[in-house]
Design a binder for this molecule. Structure first.
Ligand SMILES: Nc1nc2c(ncn2[C@@H]2O[C@H](COP(=O)(O)OP(=O)(O)OP(=O)(O)O)[C@@H](O)[C@H]2O)c(=O)[nH]1
Length: 715
């Protein structure tokens, strides 16, 4: 397993005898080799260093300075991240050759390569090139400059460490900008339409708002999905990427919340379910790993594959998905090589082969019955005759027939996923493929008869996932009509829900998952639904679009992040309860004034018309809010309330009173309120002084919206 974060290739060039090999050996082995001979061709050494706590592997290529090796050494320039051009400070000709070396570098190296000029052998008395001459040359050619002595170990460590630091910075900057570089055009190219004020709700008027017309590209022939290139593909905020907070900038309108969830391991579960349909729920090894595997105990699918093939879990995960999407062994081989550039081709080949043999299994050909008679193998006895594709092709060729003629349809066998692949192929290659759960038909042009051989394997899982989405939509529509379907991307759904229905919608979504999965299972003949997949591991109730409501979405371009959706700071709890969006009072709500507190969370109030009665403080406010005489509050009647007639909904502050006045809903009778009663600082005003001040309420379900689940997720 590789234990470094960055890998950089550093190449040393320069005339023969300037000390390139000695510099490399001093750095990597800490010695100055006596009687170092000339390098033949190219040599390389590796050293891992630590920069800012990160492991950086330096692959150092020492090239031969002699002219006759030039054609070999040039080929190493291209992939270099840094090139060290060395001359000998006691040998003028080695300095005079520098322009030739530069020409070579220009011609063969990448134009972004980091270039460093090094004057070696500073320990020598017979110095011919003064330091400032070297420095000046480096400056004129945009190179870093350093003088070293491999013999005395002077500046050698520094040379390589500075290279590592510089390359890391360059790379980090490239990474930091990569998101915005890739997305800038799409974002800036969106079409915005100015919205007339009269089309907007009251509280949004006068702000010059515009709407973005999303460009929806229907690409559903295979996947039956449409895509929107900017917002739906916007990734989650990453702390080191400029602009990656884009998605979290999408905010729910006032009075609404986003309620949504990620379908846990959707594609894996669908594939496993289809595979299990030929035996029983969790009956295949793959099905079992999906249902019962747990990342924490390394028993989930990705950890199992990683252990079996001896690769990292995140790499195994990419390859696992690729396999389900129909990618073959060659693709896995290439991916492995890409993940680990130092892996040899044969190593990658053998790892990929091992991975495929343990997962997909081997493809087995069985002779059709009518050909069995002619095929007598006494050693086999009654055993079925099984062949590899090579053997089957050979036999068919020898018999002058095709493999299809002589053999049953080949099957995958012996792997943890063989069941599943057989099922996926059976669906994809059927004469009239239909989606797995709702039996939607595949476009005819893509049916096997029309496209000359099998439909895409990927279509089976993707279209089943589209069925899944459609089922969820229907279920939600039925259970929570007030929730408006807002977005779905891949395995995520988001609804816009009026604030007062947000928890109902979250519950409806959980039940939707249960019903949808139960329906899908039942459609493929499985009448069990294990608890591990029955519910979402979390449902998010949020004001903005982000993966999880407690992500702060801090990025270099959004350094202060977002307020946590499920308020975790006291101040936000209060702001949330005091003044939650610019919402005007509902019909059944009224503004009243607090006369005095009666204890037991009861308060005596007065209505604008002078009526007096008791109101109660609901549980969720009790820990955080302190109401005192003279405060204005919004109350809602309690049905059949006898003594206590209403419940507090909102505690008014300066902003809310102003807003109510602007909208002419503030009772005239309360117009004489003394402004000084409402202090600027909400924190001070409403703190319950009887209780210890708490800095955070991260686990207080009552006062937070958090569904706060930390159970397993799909990765
Ligand atoms: N005094 C002194 N001699 C050095 C230093 N570095 C290398 N040498 C000597 O210079 C000679 C050449 O060193 P190498 O490291 O083989 O030089 P090179 O650039 O790799 O040469 P090629 O492999 O032919 O390209 C050897 O005799 C070393 O002992 C140094 O810092 N000071």
């Amino acid at each position: 397993m590789e234990d470094y974060k960055f890998l950089f290739k550093v190449v040393l060039v320069g005339n023969a005898g300037v000390g390139k090999t000695c510099l490399v050996r001093r750095f990597t082995q800490g010695l100055f080799p006596p009687g170092q001979g000339a390098t033949i061709g190219v040599d390389f050494m590796i050293k891992t260093v630590e920069v800012d706590g990160e492991k950086v592997k330096l692959q150092i290529w020492d090239t031969a300075g002699q002219e006759r090796f030039r054609s070999i050494t040039q080929s190493y320039y291209r992939s270099a991240h840094a090139l060290i051009l060395v001359y000998d400070i006691s040998c003028q000709p080695t300095f005079d050759c520098l322009p030739d070396w530069l020409r070579e570098i220009e011609e063969y190296a990448n134009n972004k390569v980091l270039r460093i000029l090094v004057g070696n052998k500073t320990d020598r008395e017979d110095k011919e090139i003064p330091r400032h001459i070297g420095e000046d040359f480096a400056q004129r050619h945009g190179m870093y400059f350093l003088e070293t002595s491999a013999k005395e170990a002077e500046n050698v460590e520094r040379l390589f460490m500075e290279i590592a630091v510089e390359l890391m910075e360059v790379l980090s900057f490239g990474r930091m900008m990569s998101y915005w570089r890739n997305n800038r055009e799409r974002v800036c190219g969106q079409q915005a339409v100015r919205l007339p004020d009269e089309a907007l709700p009251l509280q949004l008027r006068g702000r010059g708002l515009a709407a973005i017309l999303p460009l929806v590209v229907v690409c559903g022939t295979l996947t039956r999905r449409a895509s929107e290139p900017t917002w739906m593909t916007a990734s989650n905020a990453q702390s080191d990427r400029v602009g990656s907070e884009l998605r979290s900038m999408v905010t729910a309108p006032p009075g609404y919340r986003f309620v949504g969830a990620d379908v846990d391991s959707q594609e894996l579960w669908i594939a496993a379910l289809l595979g299990d349909s030929s035996c029983m729920c969790g009956g295949s090894a793959f099905g079992w790993a999906v249902l019962a595997g747990d990342k924490r105990t390394n028993t989930d699918l990705h950890s199992l594959t990683a252990a079996a093939a001896g690769v990292r879990r995140d790499h195994a995960k990419v390859i696992n998905y690729a396999r389900i999407y129909g990618a073959g062994q060659n693709f896995a081989e290439r991916l492995l090589k890409q993940f680990n550039p130092t892996m040899t081709i044969s190593e990658a080949k053998s790892k990929a082969a091992k991975m495929f043999a343990t997962t997909k299994g081997k493809r087995v050909y069985r002779l059709k019955e009518k050909y069995l008679d002619g095929f007598i193998d006494e050693e086999l006895g009654d055993q079925t005759v099984e062949m590899t594709s090579y053997q089957a092709m050979r036999l068919a060729k020898l018999s002058g027939r095709t493999t299809d003629e002589m053999f049953e349809k080949p099957r995958w066998e012996g792997g943890t996923e063989s069941h599943m692949f057989n099922k996926l192929e059976e669906i994809a290659e059927s004469s009239c493929p239909r989606t797995s759960f709702l039996e939607g038909r595949l476009s005819r042009s893509l049916e096997a008869a029309h496209n000359g051989g099998g439909t895409k394997l990927n279509w089976v899982v993707q279209s089943a996932a589209a069925d899944f989405l459609h089922l969820m939509l229907v279920s939600m529509r039925h259970m929570q009509p007030s929730a408006r379907f807002c977005l779905s991307f891949h395995d995520e759904v988001r609804y816009l829900v009026p604030e007062e229905h947000k928890y109902e919608a979250a519950l409806a979504l959980q039940i939707t998952n249960l019903l949808t999965r139960a329906f899908c299972s039942q459609r493929v003949g499985i009448h069990d639904l294990p608890m591990s997949v029955a519910f979402f591991s979390s449902v998010e109730v949020d004001r903005v679009l982000r993966k999880e409501a407690n992500m702060d979405c801090v990025t270099p371009s959004n350094p202060h992040g977002l307020e946590k959706g499920y308020v975790t700071k006291r101040k936000h709890v209060m702001n949330g309860t005091l003044w939650d969006d610019y919402e005007l009072p509902k019909e059944n709500q009224s503004i009243v004034k607090v006369l005095k507190s009666r204890g037991n969370n009861l308060h005596e109030i007065q209505t604008p018309s002078g009526e007096e009665y008791l109101v109660s403080m609901p549980g969720k406010f009790r820990k955080n809010i302190w109401v005192k005489r003279g405060d204005y509050i919004l109350v809602e009647p309690i049905e059949e309330g006898d003594k206590v007639k209403a419940e507090i909904v909102k505690i008014m502050n300066k902003g809310s009173i102003k807003y109510y006045k602007e909208n002419n809903v503030w009772p005239k009778e309360f117009d004489d309120n003394k402004k000084e009663e409402i202090k600027e600082n909400d924190d001070d005003l409403f703190v319950n002084t009887n209780r210890a001040h708490m800095k955070s309420y991260s686990s207080d379900r009552d006062s937070s919206d958090s569904s706060g689940s930390d159970s397993q997720s799909d990765d």
